[in-house]
Design a protein around this ligand. Structure first.
Ligand code: ADP
Ligand code: MG
Length: 284
């Protein structure tokens, strides 16, 4: 049965999509030699704004509304989830359900009027849960039914936090949402960790913020991801960082075999594998 990890933060621009894409791709690389479902990863794009990235992130053309995630959320009964799943062109064992911007915006609008509006994603994904080792869900940058659906469908949450003063404020609202989801739907939903992102050590506040995060969430802080142009370029080239080749490398120049962002996301992948394989040694 797949373990589902939701990547969430109500703020935009904090590295959710970057983390979801690279975590999914990194897990697929690590699990590639395992046969069948134990080696397969599914990435679910719940972010209307992530459409441009995720619909083409793995080299596929944009999708039609009827082939996108929104139909799973709004149609009763939902269409076959199997039909919506696409295979990445970069990793044979990485699959995704694409988003479609206008349809997701419409889904967010109509969900409150539908029955079982908080549990629709969880229900829709359950028929394929046995086909994957991990399901990673990218979420929109706001509260509302899309985020609630993504959390209700999750076993664990990773919360990317921009390493800035503004980044650490406003986490309380997400924590309250998670608390309510535990009370109402999913008592077993865990916080796998807070992931400091966009870290720039030369900025004076960075160390202070890391110390503050450690104080607030002792033991829950994942190893930080530094700000790196490779991540931004990979994102705009619609590939994950493990697949991305920087221009200097394409020109044949020698560079370190593994760049810092590659190592940092690989470390996150290994930590996730460790904590989730060993059955419940989550931080919270
Ligand atoms: P969110 O999904 O939370 O809105 P994104 O993952 O889309 O955030 O990141 C916002 C922007 O910052 C994107 O342009 C992305 O390429 C860039 N970005 C994300 N993480 C990093 C990083 N560690 N270093 C440099 N740029 C990053
Ligand atoms: Mg995003």
């Amino acid at each position: 049965m797949a373990l589902t990890i939701t990547v969430a933060n109500e703020k935009g621009g904090v590295g959710k999509t970057t983390t979801a894409v690279n975590l999914a791709a990194g897990l697929a690389l690590r699990l590639a030699d395992r046969p069948g479902p134990a080696g397969r990863v599914l990435l679910v794009d719940m972010d209307p704004q992530g459409h441009a990235l995720l619909a083409t992130a793995f080299g596929q053309p944009p999708v039609q509304p009827a082939d996108s995630l929104a139909s799973l959320l709004t149609e009763t009964p939902p269409p076959s989830v199997q039909r919506l799943i696409q295979r990445s062109t970069h990793h044979d064992n990485l699959f995704y359900i694409p988003s479609h911007r206008a349809s997701m915006v419409e889904a967010a609008r109509v969900l409150p009027t539908l029955m079982a509006n908080e549990t629709r994603l969880a229900r829709a994904l359950s028929p394929v849960a046995h086909q994957f080792a991990y399901v990673i869900i990218d979420t929109p940058p706001n509260t509302g039914d899309l985020l609630v659906n993504a959390l209700v469908a999750g076993d664990a949450v990773i919360i990317p936090v921009e390493t800035s003063y503004l980044g650490v404020s406003g986490l309380r609202e997400l924590e309250r949402t998670i608390e309510q989801i535990r009370m109402l739907f999913r008592p077993e939903l865990k916080i796998l960790g807070y992931l400091p992102t966009l870290l720039e050590e030369q900025r004076g506040e960075a160390q202070e913020i890391l110390v503050e995060l450690e104080k607030r969430y002792r033991g829950y802080i994942l190893p930080p991801i530094h700000r790196s142009s490779d991540l931004a370029y990979a994102h705009s080239s619609h590939v994950d960082v493990f697949t991305y080749r920087p221009p200097r490398q394409r020109r044949g120049e020698q560079i370190a075999s593994s760049s810092r962002p590659t190592q940092e996301y690989a470390q996150l992948v290994d930590l996730v594998l460790q904590r989730t394989n060993s059955g419940g040694t989550y931080a919270a």
